[in-house]
Design a protein. Structure first.
Lengths: 229, 229
DNA sequence: ACCAGTATTTTGTCTGGACTTGACATCGCA
DNA sequence: TGCGATGTCAAGTCCAGACAAAATACTGGT
């Protein structure tokens, strides 16, 4: 009964959580482990590599692997498409386009998207509902210099997120989360009082080193992002 | 010059971002890819596995691998220890203990930590400063039933986070992020106006299926959590 | 037409062997 | 003493081949 890489992983993790292998201490070399578990070094290597990826151990050539002093805690949050998020909770999804315009980019946006003066952008404001109550407010700016198709696209039936995903298959993103206070308009749309604290997600999507779209998503009052590991 | 798994990964990712392989389309089998790249199947497998881990492709036995329709966007946020976060920015760190008490767990906490009536907890309130200005407010509750050592520990010089890390080597956690409004006390400590929106992180740390500590971290006004990928 | 069992395909994992790379140690020479 | 060349070790990567497992396709019987 040879050990799988999964067995090895959980066993090592167990030794660490139980305190048998203390933070900072050296873990036996791959060759040793391979022998004790009765498996090949490649198998041990995979187990150790994944533990290192997860921030639990630290590996260095020549010196060996050791338990991290401060286990690097990193949380993985899924950033879902609103519609999927809502539908996965068994709620009905509704989308509403509030405003749609094509304008010259305001200065703050020009700086953010690295646009030239006079460059035009498509500006969209929309709302996403779950079971009829407001769920998320979307304030979206699309760079028309990079995505001229966006000028003629129709966003009255479905949101810009889904359209954009069909246009830009995969891209690099910068996501930022902060708290903000509801202004008059937001309060009305999200059905809360002005000044209420709201969770906001900002996202800039880059493609070929150029920012193609910037969006500010304001979540419904009380919204939480949760993850466990 | 054979292709490394890294080469293969970037090449495939390139084909996807350039739109050569569209979302939903089938990617050649590992055996095919191994031949086209002139490497072993194991090498291709590793490249594909990592792409799958990153949420870019979807793999299924027998049916093969395909580009995800909705690239699973997941953000990895580092959850740093405050002190490290501050010191990495080249700022000076200061810690202050505001309140320390051992009390019977209030009802809301009892529910959260699954405690029996009368069980006692250590309650700590502290502040973390960066370059002299308030950075983070920490409201920490430690389960004394599971961690009796916490009753006699001294938190006047350094924060409970660091002490806890020495006690619980590795554990599973539930993290939740939300927006909250500053109350009178928070406003005073964090040097802002009451009602100001603040980003709050809540964390429950479990060990052996029992919640050992619950903490509510309220960040300074304007704080953002950022990540890019 | 339906169903159960079987074949096939594709990914998942493992093996034991090899070479590479980065980091450290040490030796020899100026 | 200082310093560069060389050695050594452990992790990093790769290979070819093998079997396992899951999911689909197929096939024959009812």
């Amino acid at each position: 009964m040879p050990a799988t890489y999964r067995d090895i992983k959980t066993d090592i993790l167990g030794k660490i959580t139980r305190g048998e292998w203390k933070p900072g201490s050296l873990i036996p070399g791959e060759l040793d482990l391979a022998e004790t578990y009765g498996s090949a070094r490649a198998t041990v290597n995979r187990a150790m590599r994944e533990l290192a990826d997860e921030g639990i151990i630290e590996r260095k050539r020549k010196s060996g692997s050791r338990v991290r002093l401060t286990p690097l805690r990193q949380a993985r949050f899924d950033i879902p498409v609103v519609r999927h998020e809502i539908e996965e909770q068994g709620r009905s999804y509704r989308y509403a386009l509030i405003r749609s315009e094509v304008i010259a980019a305001p200065d703050w946006l020009r700086a953010r998207l690295a646009l030239a003066p006079g460059d035009r952008v498509r500006h969209l404001v929309c709302l996403h509902f779950g079971d009829g109550t407001p769920w998320q407010h979307e304030d979206r700016w699309i760079n028309l210099t990079l995505l001229p198709q966006a000028e003629s696209a129709d966003f009255s039936a479905s949101g810009p997120t889904e359209w954009l995903m069909s246009q830009i298959p995969f891209s690099s993103v910068e996501i930022s989360i902060a708290a903000t206070a509801a202004d008059e308009v937001l309060a009305q749309h999200l059905d809360c009082a002005p000044g209420d604290p709201l969770l906001m997600t900002e996202r800039s999507t880059r493609w070929n080193d150029q920012t193609v779209t910037y969006v500010r998503l304001v979540h419904r009052p009380g919204h939480r992002m949760t993850t466990r590991y």
